[in-house]
Design a binder for this molecule. Structure first.
Ligand code: PEP
Ligand code: MG
Length: 588
């Protein structure tokens, strides 16, 4: 993005990630290997700073060695050698003495001294003509960033955000950045990277923070405090908005607020179509703090509790007692409705259990979901015991993520059975009939839905992943975002097949992926026979009203027609035609 002249309005269009309008000044988070704060230390602090440097390097070496060992057993030498090189770099005596000298001679704080030495080193590397060596700069940046993160101060303050209302602009934000952000002053955010189904965007929608992602321009070159508007409906970032633009967006904000109040007033009405088909409308949550909002929203239960967000405080899940507390709170607060607790789905673009997932060549096809749980039996056991213990206090159900076939499901169920036997023997109460569900989010699971159905009490379709795996489009890659089509014929056929396999075994099917909250698609999902929709708490009143505006019979006929169509656009047109006719005013 070129220099933005003051008073020139410029609009950038990206992907609408979270609805809403934000108006305010920009705050920019610098990209990648960024400079830590520099401060001058006293003479007596020199040994303290040198020790801090030593400690950060020691932690980093330990992490890298562990990573290397694990990788050796999983993928052989070639990948693990990368980490060996990283460790060697940190043992380089010249490097260490340069940092020590910068601390003692220049009186620089340890992280800055380290950063400055590494920057010089990187600059020298970049001047080398050999392309192989030049490419190694990325490795050096990576290991340097890791050391910087391991300084105490970096761990506790991931990003320093201003104390005033602002719009955040960043190259990219990880789900953990987004989750740990202080939202008190955050009006909205815009990122160069990202896509609508990344967990960062999902979190933005849960928090009700307007967001635009995938802007693709060098937005972080924008000067701090530039006045801006985020249009989370149309996916726009507008810099230096003119008075007419501001007036336009203020009007939209007013209209949306009025609409929200009207919908809120009806949130307790039944979620039933005009011709009497009952739908369960439940909420997705990531954090316990969302329970208040869930209760206010009129949701009939929790359809998906993403427990991996308990990992935010570190690389490990909290212990059994702490997890039991969290799940019991959800069970109690959701009673008399059900609360579906999904076992850990770490990996992919989400929080890693351990550093391994950071360097997987293809994380979405790698160590995530049930695969992580099954390969960490002690961790899985603690989580299952905690879920079971909470089932004594409300209608808890458990479900397993990223299952690809019957074998994994049965292994997970065996682990659950062992936990039940243990609790029985210990005299700890739980619900022996706690429903067990499986997420249908890998095409192989959808195709084998008839084989999975006899072993579970419900299916919950994770369309975010089901779409990415079915059409081979990375859900977080903005370069292929246009190919990510919820209405692709293959996707809707898999949904239909899953619903039918469920019905023939007497079990219900829900959708907890983002498709469930996209009201253009509600006629299609209802028509395909889905019985539960689980959406962000913020979306509940609107989706409830949409359900009440529809007729199941016409949705069913439309879905039958949709299943015969050749491409996603034709299917979208069919569902949109009903949406426009029945509740055009609610479409953004
Ligand atoms: C999904 O894949 O649709 C889903 C609900 O799970 P997650 O978004 O957490 O991967
Ligand atoms: Mg998923």
């Amino acid at each position: 993005m070129p220099e933005v002249a003051k008073n020139t309005e410029i609009t950038y269009t990206g992907i609408p990630a979270s609805p809403g309008i934000a108006i305010g000044p920009i705050h920019v988070i610098a990209r990648g290997f960024s400079a830590p704060e520099l401060y001058v230390i006293d003479v007596h602090e020199i040994p303290v700073e040198q020790k801090r440097f030593e400690a950060a390097v020691a932690i980093t070496k330990k992490q890298l060695t562990e990573l290397q060992e694990r990788l050796e057993s999983l993928s052989g030498d070639s990948v693990s050698e990368i980490f060996e090189a990283h460790v060697m770099l940190l043992q380089d005596k010249a490097l260490i003495s340069r940092v020590d000298a910068a601390i003692s001679n220049r009186r620089q704080n340890a992280e800055y001294a380290f950063y400055a030495v590494m920057q010089n080193f990187l600059e020298a590397m970049r001047r080398i003509p050999d392309p192989y060596l030049r490419e190694r700069t990325a490795d050096i940046e990576d290991v340097s960033q890791r050391v910087l993160r391991n300084f105490e101060v970096d761990k506790s303050t991931p990003h320093q955000l201003p104390d005033e209302k602002h719009i955040l602009l960043a190259y990219d934000l990880s789900p953990s950045d987004t989750a740990s952000m202080n939202r008190r002053h955050l009006l909205g955010f815009a990122t160069e990277q990202g896509s609508v189904n990344s967990h960062t965007s999902i979190l933005a929608r849960s928090f009700g923070v307007p967001a635009v992602v995938g802007l693709g321009a060098s937005v972080i070159q924008v000067t701090a405090l530039t006045p801006a508007v985020i249009d989370g409906y149309a996916g726009k970032l507008i810099l230096n908005p003119m008075p007419d633009t501001l007036a336009h967006y203020r009007k939209i904000t007013e209209e949306k607020e009025k609409q929200r109040d009207e919908l809120d007033a009806k949130r307790d009405e039944a979620t039933e179509t005009i011709d009497g088909r009952k739908l369960t409308l439940s909420a997705n949550i990531e954090f316990l703090e969302e329970m208040e909002q869930v209760k206010r929203s009129g949701a009939k239960g929790i359809g998906l509790y993403r427990t991996e967000f308990l990992l935010l405080n570190g690389n490990e899940m909290p212990d059994e007692a702490e997890q039991t507390k969290a799940y019991t709170l959800v069970a109690r607060e959701t009673d008399p409705h059900h609360a579906i607790v999904r076992t850990l789905d770490a990996g992919g673009d989400k929080l890693p259990v351990e550093p391994l997932t950071e360097i997987e060549p293809n994380p979405f096809l790698g160590w995530r979901g049930i695969r992580v749980s099954l390969s960490r039996p002690a961790m899985f056991r603690e989580q299952l015991r905690a879920i079971l213990r909470a089932s004594a206090f409300g209608k808890i159900a458990v479900m397993f993520p990223l299952v690809s076939g019957v074998t994994e499901l049965l292994e997970a169920k065996e682990a659950l059975k062992r936990c039940m036997d243990e609790l029985d023997a210990e005299g700890i109460p739980f619900d022996p009939k706690m429903p067990v569900g499986v997420m249908i989010e890998v095409p192989s699971a959808a195709v084998c839905a008839d084989l999975l159905a006899p072993h579970v009490d419900f299916f919950s379709i994770g369309t975010n992943d089901l779409i990415q795996y079915t059409v081979a489009v990375d859900r977080v890659n903005p370069h292929v975002a246009k190919l990510y089509k919820p209405t692709h014929p293959a996707v809707i056929r898999l949904i239909k097949y899953t619903v039918e396999a469920g019905l023939s075994h007497g079990i219900w099917t829900g959708v907890c992926g983002e498709m469930a909250g996209d009201i253009r698609l509600t006629p299609l999902l209802i028509g395909l026979g889905v019985e539960e929709l689980s959406v962000s708490a913020k979306a509940i009143p609107k989706v409830g009203q949409v359900i009440r505006s529809l007729e199941y019979s016409s949705c069913f006929a439309m879905a039958e027609d949709a299943l015969k169509q050749q491409n996603s656009q034709l299917i979208m047109d069919l569902t949109l035609a009903i949406a426009r006719e029945r509740y055009g005013d609610l479409l953004d």
